[in-house]
Design a protein around this ligand. Structure first.
Ligand code: GAL
Length: 438
């Protein structure tokens, strides 16, 4: 874990001086209702594989914290788009839940900077969690020596999920990842020529930022990509422009209704429909909550393949869901019991086995995990690391919001010059965020 520590920590630590995200969150119901035993936990894990993961953790909570009642305040919406807006409103109104989900890194920094979460250092140490996680992951939830959340998992963002049956139409090998973004574009062209109208599945919001990020990562390489988030790589360079042009080309192969649906609906409509013979797309770039979703839909492992986004082999674009103790939240003692479950070996196993992610704890072993997580655990040990803007590890939520707004504008007017200008302006506002590390 020394290597993990060095890799994660050097690149990304939480700053206490970030501007408050316009998109922080809050629970829908809270302090004034329920009873004193309620522990209200706010997430965006409302359905499918995400709910299955949360349910796994809840089962351990019911056993270890039986003096309390779990109240599930999940709000549906991939990447937490609706949840974070609602959470923000509720926190501002003094209506905090007992605990809420926040990504380690810049997104958690938003809540810390705005004074909305408690320092949990003593609870963290009393539960032995300071020895349970890679030090550099702990750095992502620490500001000025104080710890603010408990990591539940590590997810990987830069993965492409593949429908082998569709790829066969163009005689493409579903197990062979295109080496570069340009090679992938070549394969998309072949699929299109074989009669597949929209070979690439896309969905709204965070999924568009994910495709943008993975194209930048694939074209620029990991060092330059990481530099985009600390100011050492310029967003106005010719290399970024070339990547944005590739991004535009990739989008030209995507379903045109992408702005109307979330990632899971798009997956079920185009890539993995209930009737497998009705699949109409070959690829979807999405984080590794996908195998959990497919498991929940009873799609067999043999029905799909996956590989790192083209040009990103050997790089783990990571994100980590973590849980907080909000200031003024209901039932702080019950919330601490929940946080201990989140950080425990048993809680992490019950959660990650069915969530597609891997445990954040250093002592987890692959035995018993599905094949996908076993391969992810192996790669996590050796891969180079890159953070994700779409999922809060690379920067503050407001930067992600600006990127998502740029994505919608690009759908309406796919002009690379305008897109680059917008991204340059966003970076000018936020890329200094790491310099004020606590
Ligand atoms: C991410 C989150 C994942 C998964 C995903 C899709 O932001 O970290 O756990 O929930 O959104 O909703």
């Amino acid at each position: 874990m020394t290597r993990v520590r060095r890799r994660v920590g050097a690149a990304l630590a939480v700053t206490a001086l970030l501007a408050v995200s316009a998109c922080s969150g809050g629970s829908g119901s809270t302090a004034q209702k329920g009873n004193a035993k309620d522990v209200e936990v706010f997430t965006w894990w409302a359905a499918g594989g995400e709910k299955a993961g949360l349910d796994g953790m809840i089962s351990v909570f019911k056993k270890d914290c039986s003096q309390y009642s779990f109240v599930n305040a999940a709000v549906a919406g991939g990447g937490g788009d609706k949840a974070k807006t609602l959470l923000s409103d509720n926190l501002a109104a003094g209506n905090a839940p007992s605990s809420f989900q926040a990504h380690a890194g810049g997104e958690l920094g938003d809540y810390i900077a705005s004074g909305q979460v408690e320092d949990i250092t003593s609870m963290f140490k009393d539960a032995g969690l300071d020895k349970a996680f890679p030090k550099d992951l702990i750095d992502q939830v620490t500001v000025a020596g104080k710890i603010y959340s408990v990591p539940a998992d590590i997810h990987r963002a830069n993965v492409v999920w593949v429908n082998p049956t569709v790829l066969k139409k163009a005689r493409l090998d579903p197990k062979k990842a295109p080496a570069t973004v340009k090679d992938w574009i070549g394969d998309l062209e072949k699929l299109k020529a074989s009669g597949v109208a929209f070979p690439l599945v896309m969905s709204k919001g965070f999924a568009e930022v994910m495709l943008l990020e993975s194209t930048l990562l694939g074209d620029l390489g990991v060092e330059k990509f990481n530099g985009l988030f600390d100011g050492s790589t310029k967003w106005d360079g010719a290399d970024v422009r070339a990547a944005l042009t590739d991004f535009k080309t990739l989008l030209s192969f995507a379903n045109t209704d992408r702005e109307t649906m979330d990632w899971d609906a798009a997956m079920s409509k185009y890539l993995m429909p209930a009737d497998p013979t009705k699949a109409t797309a070959g690829y979807q770039l999405m984080g590794d909550w996908v195998p959990a979703q497919l498991l929940s839909l009873k799609v067999p492992d043999s029905a799909y393949t996956y590989w790192p986004a083209p040009g990103t082999d050997g790089v783990y674009q990571w994100l980590s869901d973590s849980f907080t103790l909000p200031k003024g939240g209901t039932n702080a003692e019950g919330a601490k019991c929940w946080l201990k479950v989140v950080g425990s070996a048993e809680g992490q196993k019950a959660f990650n086995m069915v969530k597609g992610s891997i445990p954040a704890r250093s002592d987890a072993t692959p035995a018993g995990y599905p094949a996908y997580q076993q391969s992810a655990m192996a790669q996590w040990k050796t891969a180079k690391l890159a953070p994700s803007l779409a999922h809060g590890s690379a920067g503050p939520g407001a930067w992600n919001n600006d990127a998502q707004t740029a994505m919608s504008a690009f759908t309406a007017n796919p002009d690379v010059t305008t897109l680059q200008r917008t991204l340059v302006a966003a970076a000018a506002k936020y890329s200094g965020w790491r310099k004020t590390l606590g």
